[in-house]
Write a new protein. Structure first.
Length: 62
């Protein structure tokens, strides 16, 4: 199956339109190509860390 059929763009750079984030449609996998902890506001990207923690809790294999 093509990568393009199983993933979706979640973030784009506002300056040049390049892809900055992707998510797999069926697997618990996502990625961003920037430093979310360096966002301008203290809570700008907190949702990314929350989502990561949720994925780890759900899939930790106990």
């Amino acid at each position: 199956m093509s990568y393009y059929l199983t993933s979706e763009v979640t973030h784009r750079n506002l300056n040049d339109g390049t892809i900055e984030g992707i998510r797999h449609k069926y697997l618990p996998v996502f990625s961003v190509q920037y430093h979310p902890e360096a966002s301008p506001g203290p809570q700008e990207s907190a949702y990314l860390f929350d989502e990561y923690i949720d994925i780890m809790r759900t899939n930790r294999g106990e």
